[in-house]
Design a protein around this ligand. Structure first.
Ligand code: 8YV
Length: 315
């Protein structure tokens, strides 16, 4: 029998991963190691595969202490934590989990748009606290027939745009380049887009190319009636600028599933009634996380069987 390939699991993950990796792999759990550096010294040369999460950091230094590494698998569609170029330079494959989470992430994004504009958490508190007995809750905002901007028109952006359209919004979008198959109007300038829509929904990849894409200028263009929803990466927004704009009511509200320094969330946000917060939950349903785990395992199995990968990332 061929020896079991050694796999390094860098972060805590749903039990499905451990169950599915079963007895075919020898899994080393870096996140549980009392001395991670000692684990890497002892086992580094044996490791052939890495399993990490979308927000997991696999940098050049880690890749370099794993001289026989062949594949990095990311449980997530975003792989901004992985130094893909360095991996490629060492002949290491990288895979992610696209498609299986698209609908789920788009659903949460649209859920945040509705929770924010229709003030669902506020309404819940209004009922629980008995305030309804004293009078009706004030009216809230609509997206029906209103302009909404989607930033990033990959799979998740497109699914989000389609859902917003079904709900009655008039969608236009921004990304690095126009796409001929997208039926929504394209705006090459995010600051301009922010100035003509009620709100922006961020669905783009993270990483250096989109770091602080939403900066003070974009927030100023959104204006005091504008809102923003982020299911992309916390790094896409200048978080400090966002907090200041929300506190000063220079923008109307924000629905945030992701943050710049997760799981740390700026405490100022906890005091604000114009934000809806989520702990990076967009793909986190049982069914979708199981499908993501299965895709990670499928890619590993294919690789170690000498077959082409199902969802490779090309750097
Ligand atoms: C997960 C994500 O929260 O897919 C992504 O890029 O951010 C989320 O689906 C994360 O990857 C945990 O695995």
């Amino acid at each position: 029998m061929a020896p079991q390939p050694h796999i390094l699991q860098t972060m805590a993950m749903p039990p499905r991963i451990a169950e599915r990796l079963g007895d075919r792999y020898l899994v080393h759990r870096l996140f549980e190691a009392a001395d991670p550096a000692a684990l890497l010294r002892a086992e580094g040369a044996a490791i052939r595969g890495v399993v990490t999460m979308g927000n997991g950091k696999i940098d050049a230094a880690l890749i370099d202490v794993l001289p026989h590494l062949e594949i990095i698998t990311v449980l997530g569609v975003g792989y901004d934590g992985v130094d893909v170029r360095h991996a490629a330079s060492k002949g290491v494959f990288v895979t992610n989990t696209p498609d299986v989470l698209t609908d789920e992430v788009a659903n949460l994004g649209v859920g945040l748009v509705l929770a924010l504009t229709r003030e669902i958490p506020k309404g819940d508190a209004y009922v629980r606290e008995g305030r309804w007995l004293k009078g009706d809750m004030p009216f809230n905002r609509t997206i029906v027939n209103r302009p909404v901007g989607v930033v990033g028109m990959g799979r998740i952006g497109r699914a989000t745009a389609d859902r917003l359209t079904a709900l009655g919004a008039r969608v236009s979008w921004h990304g690095p380049r126009p796409k001929p198959d997208v039926p929504y109007p394209y705006d090459p300038d995010i600051e301009h887009l922010a100035g003509v829509v009620d709100g922006l929904v961020l669905c783009c990849p993270g990483g250096p190319a989109t770091r602080h894409l939403v900066d003070r200028r974009v927030l100023a263009a959104l204006g005091a009636d504008g809102w923003i929803v982020n299911v992309a990466r916390g790094t896409v927004i200048d978080e400090q600028a966002l907090v200041e704009a929300l506190m000063a009511r220079r923008i109307w509200g924000a629905g945030l599933d992701v943050f710049e320094f997760e799981p740390k969330v700026p405490p100022e946000l906890f005091e604000l009634d114009n934000v809806v917060l989520q702990p990076h939950q967009a793909s986190a349903t049982h069914a979708t996380r199981n499908a993501m785990a299965d895709l990670v395992v499928e890619n590993l199995d294919l690789h170690f069987a000498g077959q082409p990968l199902k969802t490779p990332i090309s750097s």
